[in-house]
Design a protein around this ligand. Structure first.
Ligand code: CO8
Ligand code: FAD
Length: 379
């Protein structure tokens, strides 16, 4: 792998950048302020082919590799990570079906995305268990050719608009992570209810909700893999999606740095542009070099997927480093802007609020360190 993008990748980057600049950025403040779901933007992204990009060609998708997905994601994250999350959440829910679904299941659940703008959501976290996935309480009990689901999910991105959900549930409550199974649950089933949109600190364009399952019956054919495979399916999906999330974090940090550079060149204190004061210039130098480092980690984790190598360790490196880096860069951008950094008329404030979630969702920064330490000591 070289460090230069090929012509196709440059085109992809430019397409996504153009969309981010001309469509996402102008509307981002409105969606941040109101929390309105960016339906029109999602439709436009769909029409441009920027959504569902990882669905294999034989199921009607673009079959885009992980590295290309990261290139796309960085640009959309540069535009607005709230809107980028709303757009990309489909990929997270689709990943387990791509990885573990049978041909029939892939045809049934993935192919419709090619002809219609549909939404899918990934429902693993519960009110009582987020980091500790094996501690979830939702159950799925086999009854003839059906499974009956009971339980609750929390913080599910896109839940208010999803046509179907990837759901992790326990088919054997006594067997820990080996008793977990993975299902596709259509939205229109009896007993499934979705809560109100949560009023979050950042990424407010994205939709996050709780869900409840009360004697929800689904076809047994919606089980992905075998009973007991669910935990590993969910983990393998994270290996694929953590680099994408990291790429969006790189995009956010890049936006914060660019704003800081422009401001620090313009704003004067003590008779010179503030970047010429070492305290400010060094902050921006750190931003720039950390962004480069984060992108390289992210691309390496993606490159491993594209070369059929297990990337658990590198996905965790990328997610941890990028999340912490994006938060640090966004905080420093506020500092560069001084009082204006604390004000909603300037861009740094929103970027700082949006950055925080990178250290929480798709596995917190602590959990990434847990994974890194385990992987290192397992060797
Ligand atoms: N690949 C294959 N197998 C794996 C993997 C993997 N990556 N990880 C673990 N396993 C296997 C282990 O080898 C082990 O196998 P065995 O039973 O044979 O020994 C088994 O799974 C159990 O593994 P662990 O002992 O490591 O399991 P633990 O219970 O200790 O927990 C974790 C492991 C890593 C802490 C796990 O619980 C975890 O990842 N927690 C974080 C949860 C998380 O990331 N949640 C995110 C929810 S989704 C979300 O936030 C979406 C945000 C919206 C984003 C939208 C844009 C895309
Ligand atoms: P907890 O697990 O209770 O953790 C609380 C604190 O303890 C954290 O700081 C954590 O790092 C720390 N901690 C826990 N265990 C350890 C440990 N072993 N070592 C060190 N520190 C530890 N989930 C989905 O399934 N699908 C989604 O689409 C989705 N989207 C989300 C969108 C948003 C906006 C938010 C806020 C969350 C979303 N989540 C989603 C859930 C998200 O993945 C969880 O919030 C996250 O994994 C943390 O789980 P928790 O909130 O239960 O925190």
């Amino acid at each position: 792998m070289g460090f230069d993008l090929d012509e196709d990748q440059k085109q992809l980057r430019d397409l996504a950048h153009d969309f981010a600049e001309k469509e996402i950025r102008p509307k981002a403040p409105f969606h941040d302020e109101t929390g309105d779901w960016p339906k029109e933007l999602l439709h436009k992204a769909y029409d441009l082919g920027l959504v569902n990009v990882h669905i294999p060609a034989e199921y009607g998708g673009l079959g885009l590799g992980a590295l290309n997905g990261c290139i796309l994601e960085e640009e959309m994250g540069w535009g607005c990570t709230g809107i980028a999350t709303a757009i990309t959440a489909n990929s997270l829910a689709q990943a387990p079906v791509i990885l573990a679904g049978s041909t029939e299941q892939k045809k049934k659940w993935l192919t419709p995305f090619s002809s219609e703008h549909l939404i899918s959501a990934y429902a693993v976290t519960e009110p009582g268990a987020g980091s500790d996935v094996a501690a979830i309480q939702t159950t799925a009990v086999r009854k003839g050719d059906k499974y009956v689901l009971n339980g609750q999910k929390m913080w599910i991105t896109g839940a208010g608009h999803a046509n179907w959900f990837f759901v992790l549930a326990k088919t054997d409550k006594e067997a820990g992570h080996k008793g977990m199974s993975a299902f596709v649950v259509p939205r229109d089933v009896k007993g499934l209810s979705v809560g109100k949109k949560e009023n979050n600190m950042g990424q407010r364009a994205s939709d996050t909700r709780g869900m409840a399952f009360e004697d929800v019956e689904i076809d047994a054919a919606n089980l992905l893999g075998k009973e007991g495979d669910g935990f590993v399916i969910a983990m393998k999906a994270f290996d694929h999606t953590r680099p994408l999330v990291a790429a969006a974090g790189v995009g956010l940090a890049r936006a914060a740095m660019e704003n800081a550079v422009l401001y620090a060149a313009e704003r004067k204190a003590f008779g010179r542009p503030i970047w010429q004061h070492e305290g400010v210039g060094f902050m921006i130098a750190d931003m720039a070099s950390d962004i480069e480092a984060a992108r390289l980690l992210t691309w390496k984790a993606a490159h491993q997927i594209d070369n059929n190598k297990r990337n658990t360790l590198n996905a965790a490196y990328a997610k941890r480093f990028t999340a912490d880096m994006a938060m640090r860069v966004a905080i420093d951008a506020v500092q560069v802007f001084g009082g204006n950094g604390f004000n909603k008329e300037y861009p740094a404030e929103k970027l700082m609020r949006d950055a925080k979630i990178f250290q929480i969702y798709e596995g917190t920064s602590q959990i990434q360190r847990v994974i890194i330490a385990r992987e290192l000591f397992a060797k």
